[in-house]
Design a protein around this ligand. Structure first.
Ligand code: ADP
Ligand code: TYD
Length: 209
């Protein structure tokens, strides 16, 4: 049976990595086979593209180059890792997927949505996540959480950029209510995890006992 494809979305510092790790650990305890991965990135070719995208030295990168590189990374990742894992019955947990492109390159960089849609269908082999957790948090709170780490090229953008990203995520969630679960990312990690694990186990038809 085909596995469940779960993605995590939210601005930087919203707690995606924290929640993915908690979920992956719990699913492993329950004996559920999991592939935990991220975008941009995953297999070596996609990780090499990630490096190009996030390198602060690449400040001359044009928005459309950025869009194509995110899509190139996604095509390699989807074809090489995600689709084979789903076909093998694994639950795939992915830190960001195409919703990030609509929020960052679409809403925040103002690239054309119809063109992003066509590129997305191509890059994903028409794959759509079964479930998307949106970790929603005010921009200033997200930034406060990551101010100690070395910021990548996208994280160096101003807060207005992140406000556009956050608003577009909420808009995407509204447009796709069956796929999205919006979570208050200001809550404690444990409280957020409880909501996530309940939703995932219900979808998997697995008992938590
Ligand atoms: P993201 O992957 O979305 O950038 P992280 O999971 O790396 O976010 O979390 C960013 C920082 O915030 C980390 O230092 C992490 O420990 C902390 N953090 C994560 N979730 C919470 C939470 N619910 N409450 C407070 N701090 C959190
Ligand atoms: P990520 O490593 O997830 O950053 P973080 O863990 O801090 O949330 O993602 C790197 C950056 O790439 C992030 O700032 C968002 C951006 N991004 C896009 O702009 N478009 C995309 O399609 C994806 C997948 C990420």
């Amino acid at each position: 049976m085909k596995g469940l494809f779960i993605t995590f979305e939210g601005i930087d510092g919203s707690g995606k990595s924290t929640q993915m790790d908690l979920l992956a650990d719990r699913l492993a305890e329950l004996g559920v086979p999991v592939l935990q991965t991220r975008e941009p990135g995953g297999p070596p070719i996609a990780e090499a593209i990630r490096h190009l995208l996030l390198d602060t030295a690449n400040s001359a990168m044009l928005p459309r180059t950025e869009l194509l590189l995110y899509c190139a990374s996604r095509a390699q990742h989807t074809g090489e890792w995600i689709l084979p894992a789903l076909a093998a019955g694994k639950t795939v947990l992915c830190d960001r997927y195409f919703d990030s492109t609509f929020a960052y390159q679409g809403a925040a960089r103002s690239l054309d949505i119809q063109q992003i849609l066509i590129l997305t269908e191509f890059a994903t082999f028409n794959t759509v996540p079964d479930l998307t957790f949106l970790l929603d948090i005010p921009v200033s709170d997200g930034m406060a959480r990551i101010k100690k780490r070395n910021l990548d090229r996208l994280e160096l953008e101003h807060n207005d950029f992140r406000e556009l990203v956050r608003a577009e995520y909420l808009n995407l969630a509204k447009q796709n209510p069956k796929r999205f679960v919006v979570l208050d990312a200001s809550l404690s990690p444990a409280a957020i995890h409880t909501q996530i694990i309940q939703t995932v186990l219900t979808r998997l038809g697995v008992s938590s006992d």
